[in-house]
Each structure stands twice: as C-alpha cells, then as structure tokens.
Design a protein. Structure first.
Length: 131
C-alpha cells in the first residue's frame, strides 16, 4: 500500500476514536444532569419560621420560570397547564428569608410548593401538597 492510504486510514481511525469519546461524554453529562430536589420534612419545617403571610405574585423577587422548566422536564409539573394559571399563591415568612410558591397541578386542591431561599437567591426544592 502506498503511504497516502496509511495516512487516510490513520485519519479515519482518529476521527472514529474522537467521535466515540464525544458520544461517551455527552451521554455521561446527560445522566448526571441535576433534577429538582424533593424537600425533606425537616427542611420544609425549617423554612416556616413564625407566620406566613400571603403576598402577590408580582412582589416575589425570585424568577421561578427556569425552575418551573426543570420541574416540567422532570415531569413533576404537567406541560398542559398554562403559565398564566400556574402560580396559585405566594407566601413569605415573617423574617422574609423564605418564600413558598404554590403551583397548580391538574388535580384540584393538589399543589407543588416551591421553597425559595431569599438570602441565597435560589430554590431550595419542591414539595407536594394535598389540601
């Protein structure tokens, strides 16, 4: 065989090996994707300091929509519910450290409650409520 055949085969082999590595790392990254966290009862109780007062959803500083997208991707929330009907109520504790955002589900009186830490400016997790 001529030299250019060996060169061509080595490039093809290099391409195949590189492609396999890329596919491996893409699959590994997809498996390690973080899903929204289900809160334990202890963490939930620790966020309910003193009285919880209802506030309007416009007063909530936290941008909930990226977290809602994660909940929908994890199939915790239904994609059928319109965003305008999703936020049912928002509560804030008396120390103003935590917000509890009730999100509507397809079942009546069933909610997904998202607990937001206002100091860290991130969602702590979610909890299912059956009222």
């Amino acid at each position: 065989m001529a030299m250019h055949h060996y060169l061509r085969l080595s490039f093809i082999l290099l391409f195949v090996i590189t492609s396999c590595f890329c596919i491996y790392f893409i699959i590994k990254k997809r498996r390690n994707r973080k899903a929204p966290k289900l809160l334990s009862a202890e963490k939930y109780r620790s966020s309910m300091i003193d009285r919880m007062t209802e506030i309007s959803s416009n007063d909530s500083f936290f941008n909930i929509w990226p977290y809602v997208s994660e909940l929908k991707a994890a199939k915790i929330l239904s994609k059928k519910i319109k965003e305008s009907e999703l936020v049912h109520k928002v509560y804030r504790n008396s120390t103003e450290d935590f917000e509890h955002i009730l999100l509507a589900t397809e079942k009546e009186n069933h909610f997904v409650e998202v607990v937001v830490d206002r100091n860290k400016k991130k969602a702590m997790g979610y909890l299912f409520l059956d009222l």
